[in-house]
Design a protein around this ligand. Structure first.
Ligand SMILES: [Zn+2]
Length: 76
């Protein structure tokens, strides 16, 4: 396991390519319609039925991760 010294995110592979530009989840969802926010919340709740995971919001995407990223969400 490798932890990026810049952003603190952990990865399986050393020096794995990634974005260090962490943002807040709120930043992704601000100015979105209530329907989009509700859909996002429902989607996250549904995925949690399969187990816990970490949400890593970075610029341009929301990444769902266990030991590796398994879903990338781009809210538009
Ligand atoms: Zn980083």
């Amino acid at each position: 396991m490798w932890t990026c010294p810049s952003c603190g995110r952990s990865f399986i592979y050393n020096s794995q390519s990634h974005s260090c530009n962490l943002v807040s989840l709120e930043m992704h969802l601000q100015n979105r319609s209530p329907e989009i926010v509700a859909l996002f919340d429902m989607f996250i709740a549904r995925i949690r039925d399969f187990g816990e995971f970490k949400i890593e919001p970075v610029k341009g995407a929301i990444i769902l991760r266990k030991s590796v990223a398994f879903i990338t969400i781009r809210v538009q």
